[in-house]
Ligand binder design. Sequence first.
Ligand code: PGA
Length: 255
Amino acid sequence: MDKARKLLIAGNWKMNKTVAEALDLVRGLQIEVGLVKEVDIVICPPFTALSEVSKAVLDSKSIRLGAQDLSQHNFGAYTGEVCAGMLKEFSVRYVVLGHSERRQFQKETDALINAKAKTALAASLKPIICVGETLAEREANITEKIVDTQVTGCLAGLTKEQMDEVVIAYEPVWAIGTGKTATSAQAQEVHAFIRQRVAALFDETVAKRARILYGGSVKPSNTRELMSQPDVDGALVGGASLEIRSFSDIVKNSI
Ligand code: PGA
């Protein structure tokens, strides 16, 4: 696909996969898409599998490692948390922040996600910052207002240089794990809006370079159509990233 920005396909494994299962999956992915150069590939296993998976992708030309969250603090008495330095030990390059499940179940706010983004950037980790409206918000016609508040809050205080390292993922909450995908037109509309907001907050050049992923029931059969939209620069894949076949087909269908 001839795109303005190099596509990024990220797999968010969520709370799935034992170490043995994670290794089966990553070894299969290496065989299927380990030599792909046309798109960037990131896999985000649970913390417990990072150590072993990082060894399995050490020599990979294409597959990079991401984490699903990090603490905004760098060390100390924060029971249960994992800090940037710990992720760096396993060659983690990306970190998903502000996923709607964390906003919903851990009550994460834009201010917290912003603090985590700053911590990640200070450690040279690339944040994948998730935004998106609920079904009630879409039906109330306030999608842009919600997404604008999230984008503005999560990116507050970042420099242009830092913004170059940030990936945004637009994930309409009503499309996550539901089998309901936003139409490519719905995705494009919000992606273009987010890019406009990034231009207003930073500048046109930064906005042109920024990668904006779509997430929410991405599967092999809808990848091509979604990725053909001018402002869709990749995908954040949940359910379909848990199997070798479906995730590698998504990667292949995005080329
Ligand atoms: P899904 O999840 O692909 O299973 O809808 C996407 C996500 O939550 O990142």
